[in-house]
Design a protein around this ligand. Structure first.
Ligand code: UT7
Length: 334
């Protein structure tokens, strides 16, 4: 390894996103299950979410978001060294969605692999890309969060179908001067709580049979209240630990971009971290919970709608929590 490469940072040079055209509103859901706009807005903060078209899979959404990010970074697909796709809804179990994306982007010189960490997948992906760039293993990495959660949502189950949406976000990461870009990352897991959020069917434990399809094993199973309790605590501790690892505190943070699972979780985290409402980037009302895609979509939309608002030197904290359980954070200096 070239010793010069040790003293560099890893920066995001382009951020892109894509959401499908179809909008599923709370009013639409009122016609499908026993729910109400009032319940959904009060309990979750969601008003509408996007749903992929019949022929749109995770790699398709990822492709659009990636093209947006590559264009903004001024990087060509063939220049990428690595493609990391965070997804829980890959096109197929294998090959990876990253390989399908690699082909469409013409990234002939790139390694490509998926990360499965549910809603924390984008944080895990950024963390891996950061390490790869710092060690000199790679120069240009595409990190994508892409989900078609509608493909494993039971639209007769009001406890889950009101929450999830589809979409993708992507970033290009490249070396930059030390002290900029990713300052610290944090990743944790606790597999003893698998049953709080999982999709049992379709893997080697439970291959899908007509009986299991009838039982609904192909769908997301979730214990929302158990997750809720864990989520706020885990996200707050991840943010604090990450700030501390960078020699800072959460009071130094200018913007928080949390995983968009529930506005009440986001508010709980915001209050405990003593941040003002305007410091927290939220789009759950329009996009719902898109798992690994939620943070990059929220960031990308914010940059598009408020160009230059997050300016040079600002500190941005990304924090997520999800199935696994998994959680983690990234502290980023713009
Ligand atoms: O993405 C990362 C991981 N995901 C999360 O972190 C999700 C965390 N959990 C949550 O966001 C919340 O727990 C939910 C939004 C899923 C549920 O909110 P809650 O306040 O925890 O509601 P609950 O599950 O305790 O249900 C309260 C009541 C129940 O009725 P009873 O038993 O009290 O009569 C539910 O049957 O609300 C009922 N309910 C609904 N009513 C109308 C549940 N879903 C609905 C619905 N419409 N869609």
């Amino acid at each position: 390894m070239n010793s010069n490469k040790k003293i560099r940072g890893a920066c995001i040079t382009g951020i892109g996103c894509y959401v499908p055209e179809k909008v599923l509103t709370n009013q639409d859901l009122e016609k499908m299950v026993d729910t109400s706009d009032e319940w959904i807005v009060t309990r979750t903060g969601i008003k509408e979410r996007r749903i992929a078209a019949e022929n749109e899979a995770a790699s398709d959404l990822a492709y659009h978001a990636s093209m947006d990010a590559l264009k903004k970074a001024g990087v060509k697909g063939r220049d990428l060294d690595q493609i990391i796709v965070a997804t829980a809804t890959s096109d197929m179990i294998f090959p990876s969605t990253a390989c399908l994306l690699q082909d469409r982007l013409g990234s002939k010189n790139s390694a490509a692999y998926d990360v499965t960490a549910a809603c924390s997948g984008f944080i895990y992906g950024i963390s891996m890309a950061h390490s790869m760039i710092l060690t000199g293993k790679a120069e240009k990495i595409l990190v994508v969060g892409s989900e078609v959660l509608s493909s494993m949502t039971d639209y007769t189950d009001r406890k889950t179908c009101v929450l999830f949406g589809d979409g993708a976000g992507a970033v290009v990461m490249e070396p930059c001067e030390a002290g900029k870009g990713v300052l610290a990352t944090y990743m944790r897991s606790d597999g003893s709580y698998t049953d709080l959020l999982y999709k049992p069917g379709g893997g080697s434990r439970m291959p899908l049979t007509p009986e299991r399809l009838k039982e609904g094993q192909q769908y997301i199973h979730m214990k929302g209240d158990g997750l809720f309790k864990y989520a706020v605590k885990a996200m707050v501790s991840a943010a604090r630990k990450t700030a501390k690892d960078a020699g800072l505190t959460t009071e130094d943070v200018d913007y928080l971009i949390p995983h968009q699972a529930n506005i009440r979780i986001i508010e709980g985290v915001r209050k405990r971290l003593k941040l003002k409402k305007e410091q927290v980037i939220v789009n759950i009302d329009r996009i719902g919970n898109t798992s690994s895609a939620s943070i990059p979509i929220a960031w990308c939309e914010y940059e598009r709608n408020h160009p230059g608002k997050i300016s040079g030197g600002d500190l941005v904290m990304l924090v997520a929590f999800g199935g696994g359980l998994t959680w983690g954070a990234v502290l980023y200096r713009k």
